[in-house]
Write a protein that binds this ligand. Structure first.
Ligand SMILES: Cc1ncc(C[n+]2csc(CCOP(=O)(O)OP(=O)(O)O)c2C)c(N)n1
Ligand code: SF4
Length: 311
């Protein structure tokens, strides 16, 4: 696909454009589902005509938070649970940026849960990918907000007594405009869902099931998946809030009974994003507050000087 870069030149883009020049190898464990998110994102971005200079990935802390180290775009690695407020600020400052926020279920649904609710409520125009492996991966497998009841870990050796949260229902109740679930083991669907989410004008939440073979060997991420849009048993109108809500209510329980449904659950084609509303009332610029400096012959010495001065 061809696209224009930030200095107006037309060029062909493919997923290699998003591979960092020094090609750092991901340090994720062999078999980790996080590879699937990275691959799907790298495929999706060029297919919707985005090039690296237009994309900002904002991540939290966790194995999932390393995503932007392996993606050649603008990146902002924030603190635990804080990817969304930073992503919101970036989008408000520069509406031209394609903002993708990402993090784990602990990061996004646990410590960052309040930001998740309010970013969805305000329908901020961005994509939010939650790597849901049902545990805290980086800190060695503790129970997370999505771990099923009875899940045994070092912090809950007799099994978790807590009811897991239902992220899709929570997202719908809060006000997200686009809500989907996909899985690392389902690469084609994952890519298509990410493409739709990026193109959606509002808050697009993807609950992305990622396997953690190191700390969560029993996870549902290994059972077969049913695609809602392909299955005759699970028809619902994705634009209808009440039907989507019912669908989530039924299927989120089944996630913990061994059946996993993926696909689009809800798409709001009516409500404007926060950014669109602000622009309509003249409270938000159409253009970046500050022009970004971009030059193929960028003088890297200037950046090194700057870094040195802040050591
Ligand atoms: C404020 C704060 N509390 C706790 C931690 C420790 N910590 C680092 S990563 C993490 C959990 C990561 O789990 P999750 O977000 O599910 O991501 P995963 O590693 O599974 O991808 C925790 C608790 C931290 N870095 N900062
Ligand atoms: S600990 Fe789990 S989530 Fe982290 S890199 Fe390894 S497999 Fe992936």
């Amino acid at each position: 696909m061809s696209a224009f870069n930030a200095i107006g030149e037309e060029r062909e883009i493919d997923r290699d454009e998003f591979t960092p020049g020094n090609e750092p190898q991901p340090t994720w464990c062999p078999g980790c589902g996080d590879f699937g998110v990275l691959k799907a994102l790298k495929q999706a971005l060029p297919e919707v005509g985005r090039n690296p200079e237009e994309v900002l990935t904002v991540t939290g802390i966790g194995c999932s938070g390393k995503l932007n180290s392996y993606l050649d775009s603008y990146g902002f690695h924030t603190i635990h649970g804080r990817s969304l407020p930073v992503a919101r600020a970036a989008k408000l400052a520069n509406p031209e940026l394609e903002v993708v926020a990402a993090g784990g279920d602990g990061d996004g649904y646990g410590i960052g849960g309040n930001h998740f609710i309010h970013t969805a409520r305000e329908n901020h125009d961005m994509t939010y990918i939650v790597f849901n492996n049902e545990v805290f991966g980086l800190t060695k497998g503790q129970t997370s907000p999505t771990s099923p009841k009875g899940h045994k870990s070092k912090t809950q050796p007799s099994g978790s007594a807590k009811t897991p949260i239902r992220p899709l229902s929570q997202s719908l109740n809060a006000g997200a405009g686009y809500i989907a679930r996909t899985a690392a083991v389902n690469p084609n669907q994952a890519k298509e869902i990410i493409k739709e989410a990026i193109e959606y004008d509002g808050f697009a939440h993807i609950d992305f099931l990622t396997q953690c073979p190191t700390w969560n060997k029993d996870a549902k991420q290994y059972v077969p998946y049913i695609d809602i849009q392909e299955s005759d048993d699970y028809e619902h109108d994705i634009n209808d809030r009440a039907e989507a809500s019912q669908m989530m209510f039924e299927t989120e329980n089944k996630l913990y009974e061994g059946e996993v449904l993926t696909g689009r659950y809800y798409v709001d084609d009516e409500s404007p994003s926060y950014q669109a509303e602000k622009q309509a009332i003249g409270e938000m610029p159409d253009e970046p507050l500050v022009e970004r400096y971009f030059d193929e012959d960028y003088e890297w010495e200037r950046s090194y000087d700057l870094l040195d001065r802040h050591k």
